[in-house]
Design a protein around this ligand. Sequence first.
Ligand code: SF4
Ligand code: SF4
Length: 234
Amino acid sequence: MYLNTKIEDLAKRLGIAYFGVADLSNALDTVLNQGGDIVKGYPYSISLGIPLLHSIVDQLPNRHQRAAALNYKHHAYDIINQRLDITASILSSFIQEQGHRVLPIPAAERIDDERICASFSHKLGAGLSGLGWIGKSCLLITPEHGPRVRWTSILTDAPLVPTGKLMDERCGDCIECVNICPVNAFSGRAFNCHEPREARYDARKCEKYFNKMEVRSKSAVCGMCLYICPYGRK
Ligand code: SF4
Ligand code: SF4
């Protein structure tokens, strides 16, 4: 527990609000299937999360206006991702100095254009560490901030203590994210760890929508599935 506490204290001092540790043996096939050799040999993931500013997210219904879109891209994406990446780098150096293998995953990364995914799912790591559940929007929903949190992850073989397990989903009958998506990217099915993501979410529809926006404007922004969730708007 000593190492957990040291890393969490350091993370909190660097402005991290959400800290969790997941035992990846519970989802090894999924992790290896997504990341392959890059992520092999790391039994734990550390999740770091920073809540988004409500004043920025609440501008999303006006996202077709340039100011709202630029504000969101800057403060809800670029700046927060930089804060997460810098923190992950500092913590990784610390863990390496303690004699362990460590791999920080970029906050925003795509390694596979076909499957539209990164080498490691930040949402999966944060979920497995007990920080929330996977909603019908396929976003990680926290009880306190809903999906209004941006995440990054550090993989390591340091002997850490897991902080929890995936919460039971609390979406209930809500389908607000499903209804608001302009391209019907969600099927409305609740998360089931035995089903592939495609059963719930068609990432291509979302991507095509963004590509179309980019043709028309330089600041393609949506995020309405994130904006609408009642757990984040309360
Ligand atoms: S970002 Fe927009 S288009 Fe993409 S899934 Fe969410 S609501 Fe749909
Ligand atoms: S909007 Fe409703 S259904 Fe969608 S993730 Fe949030 S609680 Fe779940």
